[in-house]
Design a protein around this ligand. Sequence first.
Ligand SMILES: [Zn+2]
Length: 233
Amino acid sequence: MYNLTSFLVLLILALGLLAWASFDMRLQFFLPARYKGNYKNKTISLTFDDGPTPFTLQVLNILAKHNCKATFFCIGKQIEQYPEIAKQIVKQGHILANHTYSHTAKMGFLSTQNVYNEIHSNQQVIINQIGVKPNWFRPPFGVTNPAIAKAIKKNKLVCIGWNIRSLDTISKTSEEVFNRVKRKLKPGGIILLHDTSNQTVEALEQLLLEIKKQQLTVVPLNELLDLDAYKNE
Ligand SMILES: [Zn+2]
């Protein structure tokens, strides 16, 4: 009886650890991921996931006003729905990267082949519609596991994480988003935002002013990571 209890306790601990490892890319348990820049440079990068959407245009306007370049991890289905907005992202000098074709909630349960297809078909959408070939991939929900790790490797993409989470998709107000990010601002930071809601758009301008106030400079992610955003071949 004692042994069975110990076994179960160990099993639960192991499963807990695996779940934790799946959701925190920074542990790099399943694959190498880039999630921060050099803290010695007083620079920081903005990333926007899950677009393009009509909110993307408002984000682009604010970024243009403050002369900042960001990275947009786009969903293939969204690019097909809003191709002109996706083109604007690149036209205005921002980076467009891969965030799967459908952003399925089942991401953590797909086979290697299905994850590969999710990444590959979005890569094709981006190449055909936008004319760039991304070098970067960000897994939906930040989930990594052996199947996702293999699929990223097979697609020859670099996995990109973040180290400043805004929780903007579950926040009710722009103040909540702003205050959360403000507390976490640091040199070498990669901020995770979503161009999918009003509260993010509203928090963005305030956030850019706060970054400046803290004497940090917004730089494009390829500069922060010293890593090419697109493939040259
Ligand atoms: Zn996402």
